[in-house]
Write a protein that binds this ligand. Structure first.
Ligand code: AMP
Ligand code: GLY
Length: 432
């Protein structure tokens, strides 16, 4: 929203339903984002040239289909293509068909199947809810009883082999044929310092990744992004929108951990803060099948770091209703952006927390250390009772100290003898 509002080629930005953050850069409309007919009608009334669908739930519910059926250009995949995020089993099926390297996996419908799969893949155990779970459906544990207990709460689950190595988020804008990758970013999934505690939707992110192997973007475009887009096009369900690849850089090469069908949160905040290409133009080109005619994406120099402010209790039931103060001074000298997520306004006109991840603060700087300093100075000026944030976002990278296992992965990836990925290798096989 912020990046669109800053594009000089974009006349007006409207949000449905929006929040107090979007209200400062766009016009909010009290329209249910899950109601395709209502979203299409709003876009029609406004004479919108482009509808951008942000979250996964409306995509999976077919809101992009409704908007396109009304003859309005839409950035966001159809319900069918959004199954890449909506069903882990479907994503595995597409990857197998496209030869995309991922963890070996088994879809299980009974406790006996889960138990057998846990024993097949061994510890650490990875158990994923098959459906949408806002980043919280995954349990990674060496405790077999905990793995079984999580599976019991899910219904259909995917059990898979553990992937060791640093994680990278690589996003691509696509019109269903042409793929334009963004720069890589890293997300911090665990709730606590030093990656302790349960998984969340993401507690912070930074970009670029000084430790990433050279050629990573080109390699992942060729081995993951383009083949996935091609496979969906081949099936007659082209993916138009943002393809998010969550990757593990393992000692044996790049493996896909998950796909999402939308811009990831919070990686998008630092990424778009550094994107120099006008965002509206490139999203419109993707929505109208004209991405190939667009110049390559351009990036600002320097680095960006986002730190998420979460409400107490998150990722469990969050304490909502707390008043957020300090927002007026948080941006400091201008190298800080505040991006709202779970916020609302109370009867006194005060900004309050309405969700687990309340907002993120993005710091910009010449390098990661400077960007971190800005982000933490900014978030330090904001108060929310019971609220918390991770103190270590981008810390190791800023110290030019690659993540513990990154050195190995980078070495192996750079070794031409072992190659980086082997799409035909045994790890791509899928047991469905
Ligand atoms: P997902 O929702 O599939 O992205 O999973 C959330 C997080 O769980 C990932 O970002 C990883 O940190 C972790 N995870 C998921 N799958 C695996 C795996 N096969 N091996 C190791 N960690 C995983
Ligand atoms: N940052 C992870 C996600 O958006 O799902």
């Amino acid at each position: 929203m912020l990046a669109l509002s800053r594009d000089a080629g974009v006349g007006q930005v409207h949000a449905a339903p929006g929040n107090p953050g979007t209200a400062s850069v766009a016009t909010n409309h009290p329209v249910d984002p899950l109601d395709g007919a209502a979203v299409a009608a709003l876009a029609g009334r406004l004479g919108a040239d482009l509808v951008v669908i942000g979250p996964e739930a409306p995509l999976v519910a077919g809101v992009a289909d409704a908007v396109r059926a009304a003859g309005i250009a839409c950035f966001g995949p159809s319900a069918e293509a959004a199954r890449l995020e909506g069903s882990k089993t479907f994503a595995k099926e597409i990857m197998a068909a496209a030869g995309v390297p991922t963890a070996r996996a088994a879809t299980c419908e009974s406790e006996a199947e889960v138990a057998a799969a846990l024993d097949e893949f061994g510890s650490p155990y990875v158990v994923k809810d098959d459906g949408l779970a806002a980043g919280k459906g995954v349990v990674v544990t060496s405790d077999r009883a905990e793995a079984l207990a999580h599976a019991r709460t899910c219904g259909r689950v995917v059990v898979e082999e553990f992937l060791d190595g640093p994680e990278v988020s690589l996003f691509a804008i696509t019109d269903g044929t042409t793929v334009r990758a963004l720069q890589p970013a890293q997300d911090f999934k665990r709730v606590g310092e030093d990656d302790s505690g349960p998984n969340t939707g993401g507690m912070g992110a930074y970009t670029p990744l000084p430790w990433a192997p050279e050629g990573l973007v080109a390699e992942v475009t060729a081995s993951v992004l383009q083949p996935t887009v091609d496979e969906l096009a081949r099936r007659g369900t082209p993916f138009v929108g943002l393809l998010y690849a969550g990757l593990a850089l393992t000692g044996r090469g790049v493996r896909v951990i998950e796909f999402n069908a939308r811009f990831g949160d919070p990686e998008t905040q630092p990424l778009l803060a550094r994107l120099a290409t006008p965002l509206g133009e490139v999203l419109y080109a993707a929505a109208t099948g004209n991405l190939a005619a667009q110049p390559e994406l351009e990036w600002g120099s320097g680095a960006a770091v986002a730190v998420v402010l979460a409400a107490g209790g998150y990722p469990g039931p969050p304490q909502t209703g707390g008043v957020v103060t300090g927002l007026d001074v948080a941006t400091g000298d201008g190298n800080v952006l505040v991006v709202h997520a779970g916020t609302g306004v109370d009867g006194y006109g005060r900004v309050i927390a309405t969700g687990g991840r309340v907002l993120s603060v993005v710091g910009l700087g010449d390098d990661l250390a400077a960007a971190r300093a800005q982000a933490y100075a900014g978030i330090g000026r904001i108060q929310l009772e019971g609220g918390f944030y991770r103190p270590d976002i981008a810390r190791r990278a800023a110290e030019a100290d690659a993540p513990a296992s990154a050195a190995d992965a980078i070495q192996d990836d750079a070794d031409p003898a072992t190659g980086t990925t082997d799409p035909q290798g045994s790890e791509t096989s899928v047991t469905a």
